[in-house]
Structure formats: structure tokens, C-alpha cells
Design a protein around this ligand. Sequence first.
Ligand code: NAP
Length: 308
Amino acid sequence: MPAPAHTIVMTGATRGIGFEAARELLRRDADAHLVVLARAASAAPVAPRLREVSPHVSAIDVDLASTASVNAAAAQVEDLLDAGGLPPLRGVVCNAGVHLDSALHTTVDGYETTFAVNVLATHLLLRRLHPHLRSAPARIVVTVSDAHFGDLRHTGGTFPSTAWTTPDTLFRPGAYPRPGTVRAGRRAYATSKLGGIHLVHEWARRLPSGVDIVAYNPSLVIGTGLARDAGGASDFLMRRVVPALVLTPLVDTPPVAGRRLADVVLGDTAAATGSYVHRARVAASSKESYDAEREEALWTWLERAAQG
Ligand SMILES: NC(=O)c1ccc[n+]([C@@H]2O[C@H](COP(=O)([O-])OP(=O)(O)OC[C@H]3O[C@@H](n4cnc5c(N)ncnc54)[C@H](OP(=O)(O)O)[C@@H]3O)[C@@H](O)[C@H]2O)c1
């Protein structure tokens, strides 16, 4: 088998949508080396399964809830790219995400965990890895969610409205009313996914031509691990109720959502930089999600956090 020609770095490849997407990427892009950024215990059983598809898979340990861990993992990728231990970087897939049972979970750095994993970790990875994206056409994909609409039409009432304030507040545990409740955890998740779209817009303004960034919304996908720490009836609903909808057009399975994520990563789904792909096509994200002033403020806050 010839040596791979380019590298794709991916988070959230150890289960759910990301695992299926990783397999699909390896199946369809024989020239790719996939670097799985994941907690070591999660990557250990998954890497051999991915290597059944292609031998060009490596794993680097990271806990996305720790800024030190994210920076160390990104530095390892940089060193490997610089030393020629990995072929040129062509793609970064920020697919990992958490949905927690309150807005009080706190990282080792003192940040609210949902925002730290879903927004800050993405920014930290991109700020270190984007200068290495030289193998044009290069693409970054960030997995977001239609939970960011926070309305009945898009979430069926499963998520409350988003509650954007200032980054200072949002990254602090307890940013919402009754922060210890499952509802506050949902609000943190929906608001963090809005943050993911803001981040994509701001990066799109700053990346050089030839390096695209796209937000991907898989919409409702059954049988993933996302509801496991979400509390309340979330896990029960995801395991027992939502699967009953599988024969309707309302939900997808992980293989379908994974294939669609791979389509976006590989450029098979045409999408301009800064756009939002809803399942398989470009669509508008919420009206609220287009806010250049807010996006710049978020960027400034994230840069300050990144510089310690
Ligand atoms: N399922 C849906 O209906 C749905 C809908 C819209 C958007 N999404 C989004 O799709 C993406 C994938 O979700 P999924 O449904 O496939 O959920 P999942 O099965 O729970 O997968 C989440 C992934 O994120 C990783 N992750 C979480 N916290 C991490 C941390 N601290 N450090 C390193 N990795 C971490 C997990 O790693 P471990 O294996 O170590 O836990 C796992 O690989 C998420 O961004 C989610 O918000 C999902």
C-alpha cells in the first residue's frame, strides 16, 4: 500500500457519529493518514477497528476538558508534521462534544465543561493546527447542532432557548438560572453549539483562501453516546423513544450521519467557507447565529484564554 499523502486530524472519532465518519473517511480517502485525538482509554479499543479499514491510523491522547492537554496534543501533532512523521495536513475535524446534566460541571481550568469541550478546545486546536493546513484544498469541519436554534420547530421542544451573554459569563460554571438543573445543562449545550457556529464564522473571516471551515449539523441521530451524561429522561428518550422514529425522515443512524460528515470533510458536499450544512445540504443557521460583533468578542476572549 502506498504511503499516505495527507493527514486528517479528528476529535470525537471514538464512538457515535465520529466513529462512523472516521471509518468512512478511511474507506474513501486511501491517501489519508487519520490522527485520532482522543482519551487514551477510548482510543485503545477503537484504533484497531479503524486499522481494519486502513493501516494509516494513529492516536494521540487528549482530554478536551483540559487546556494543557489540548495544547500538548496539538504540539505533538505539530512536531510530527514538522519532522515529516506525518504527511501534510489537509483536514481537521472537530466533532467531539458533550451534553451534561447541569451547568455546574467545572474543568481543571475552572471553566464550565460544556463550553470548554464544545468551544474552547476547538479554538485551541485550530489556532495551533491551522498554519499547517497547506495541502490545498484544506478543510476544517466543526460539528454543531440544530439545538442552537433553541425553538420548537428545530428541537421539538427538547432544548430550551439559547442564552448568549458574554463569554466571561458563559465560560463560568452556573451561567444560567437554576444552574444545577438538567434544563440548565441543556441550555449550556444549545448555547455552546451556537458558540460553535459563531466560531466557524469568525475563523472563516480569518483563514487564508484555500482553507475552508464549515459547520456540520447532523440533526437528530439515534444510538450515540451523547445523552449518557445529560441527565433527566435524555438517555431513556434517546435509547427507547427516538429509535422508534428511525423509519421517519426525522432521525438518522450513526452510519448515515457519519457518511454525511465524511462528505463534508472530503468536499463531496459543496459548501462555501463559513457555511452551515444541515444533514446533507447547505442551509441557514439561526438568525441569531450571524452576529459579527459577538463573534469578534468571542474570539478576543478565546485568544486571551489561550494565552493564559
Ligand atoms: N447525536 C445527536 O443527535 C447529535 C445531534 C446534533 C449534534 N450532535 C453532535 O455530534 C457530535 C458527536 O456526537 P455523538 O452524538 O456521536 O456523541 P458521542 O457518541 O457521545 O460522541 C462524542 C465524542 O466526543 C468525545 N469526547 C467527549 N468529551 C471528550 C473529552 N473531554 N476529551 C476527548 N474526547 C471527548 C467522545 O470521546 P469518548 O469516547 O472518550 O467519550 C466521543 O468520541 C457532537 O459534537 C454532538 O454535539 C449530535
